[in-house]
Ligand binder design. Structure first.
Ligand code: TMO
Length: 319
C-alpha cells in the first residue's frame, strides 16, 4: 500500500517535471501542529507570527508557545516546541550552544542581521558625561544616574531577568558604581526611556539593535571590554578582573540565528525548507518592531502589514 503510494507519487512528480524528492509528500505533510516559540519582545512576536501565518497559508496547523528566552532551547531540542526565529548572541549564546551540544537542537542558520544588546544612553546624556561611550567614562558619572533606591550609585535599568545576561555580575566584576535594577517587561524599559527623554534626565538602560528605538531616539551603546570567544563567560583569569567571569560587554557585532527541533525536517519538510530560507536583515526586524511600538498596531495587525510589505520576499521563502 505504502509502496504503491510512493510509486504513484513519484510517477506523477516525474510527469509534472519535478524531481521525485520534491513531490514525495503533499503539504502539509502532517496535520499535527507546528509549535512556534514566542518570546517577550516585539520583533520576535511580530516575525514569529509572520512565519506562522505563512505556514498556515501553506496548509499547516500552527500553534504558538510562549517561552523563556533561556529555557526555550532545551524545549526545542526535546521537540516540545519546534522552532525559534530570533536567537540573539548577546543574551542567548550559552543556552543556544548548550542545547545544540547536549539536547540535539539544530542550528537552523544565521540571519544577515547584525545585532547588539547592550547598555544604552540617549544622545543628550553624552553632554552630561564626558568620554562616552566608554564604560569607564560612564562609571565616573555613575552618580548622575542615581535614584533613591540606588544612591549614591547609579541605576542601570536592566532587562527582564529571563533575557539571560546577569548585569549585576558584570557590575561586580568590573567594580562599577552601579546597581542593576531589572524591569519585568520590555514596556517598562521604554516607559523609563520616554520619561527620561521628556525631562532630559540621565538614564542608562538595556537596549538592542535592530529595534524601533533607532528610528525614534538618537543615542549610543556603551562600549565595554569586548568578549573574546567564550573566555569572558568561562575563564575568570581572562579580562581586567582576574578572579571573576563576566568582566566584559556583549559582542558589538552579534549573530542572530534560527533554532529548530531535529525532527522538523523529517516531519514537516516544506516548513523546514521555509525556515532554512528565512533570512532577516536589520531593517526588516526594526520595521517589525516599529509597527507595534511606534505605530501602535497589535502583533496580528503588524504581522499582516509586514507580510503585505514583504510579499516578494515571502514568496522566495517558499521556493
Ligand atoms: C533579546 N533581546 C533582543 C530583547 O535583547
Amino acid at each position: 500500500m505504502i509502496k504503491k503510494f510512493v510509486t504513484t507519487t513519484a510517477a506523477l512528480a516525474l510527469a509534472a517535471g519535478l524531481s521525485a524528492g520534491t513531490a514525495l509528500a503533499e503539504v502539509p505533510e502532517s496535520s499535527d501542529p507546528i509549535i512556534i516559540v514566542q518570546n517577550n519582545w516585539t520583533s520576535q512576536l511580530v516575525l514569529s507570527t509572520v512565519v506562522g501565518k505563512v505556514l498556515q497559508g501553506m496548509g499547516y496547523t500552527v500553534e504558538y508557545a510562549p517561552s523563556d528566552s533561556q529555557l526555550q532551547f532545551k524545549a526545542i531540542g526535546d521537540g516540545d516546541m519546534h522552532f525559534q526565529i530570533e536567537a540573539w548572541e548577546g543574551s542567548m549564546k550559552a543556552a543556544f550552544e548548550k542545547a545544540v551540544k547536549e539536547d540535539g537542537m539544530v542550528d537552523a542558520g544565521t540571519h544577515d542581521a547584525v545585532t547588539r544588546e547592550e547598555w544604552w544612553v540617549p544622545k543628550y546624556v553624552a553632554d552630561k558625561c564626558p568620554g562616552l561611550p566608554d564604560w569607564k567614562a560612564l562609571d565616573k558619572c555613575a552618580e548622575i544616574f542615581a535614584v533613591a533606591e540606588t544612591a549614591p550609585k547609579g541605576r542601570f535599568v536592566g532587562p527582564p531577568a529571563d533575557w539571560g545576561k546577569n548585569y549585576a555580575e558584570r557590575v561586580k566584576a568590573l567594580g562599577m558604581n552601579f546597581v542593576a535594577i531589572n524591569v519585568g517587561q520590555a514596556a517598562t524599559l521604554w516607559a523609563e526611556l520616554d520619561a527620561a527623554v521628556a525631562k532630559k534626565e540621565p538614564v542608562v538602560l538595556f537596549n538592542w539593535t535592530p529595534n524601533y528605538i533607532e528610528a525614534k531616539y538618537e543615542g549610543m551603546f556603551i562600549d565595554f571590554p569586548e568578549p573574546e570567544g567564550d573566555k569572558c563567560a568561562n575563564d575568570p583569569s581572562w579580562g581586567i578582573n582576574p578572579d571573576m567571569v563576566n568582566d566584559c560587554g556583549a559582542p558589538r557585532s552579534g549573530w542572530l540565528k534560527k533554532a529548530a527541533w531535529s525532527g522538523l525536517a523529517e516531519k514537516f519538510p516544506a516548513a523546514w525548507g521555509v525556515l532554512q530560507k528565512i533570512n532577516f536583515n536589520n531593517a526588516q526586524i526594526a520595521a517589525a518592531s516599529l509597527l507595534v511600538d511606534v505605530d501602535g498596531m497589535s502583533t496580528e495587525e503588524a504581522a499582516d502589514k509586514w507580510i503585505a510589505d514583504n510579499s516578494e520576499l515571502i514568496e522566495s521563502w517558499k521556493k
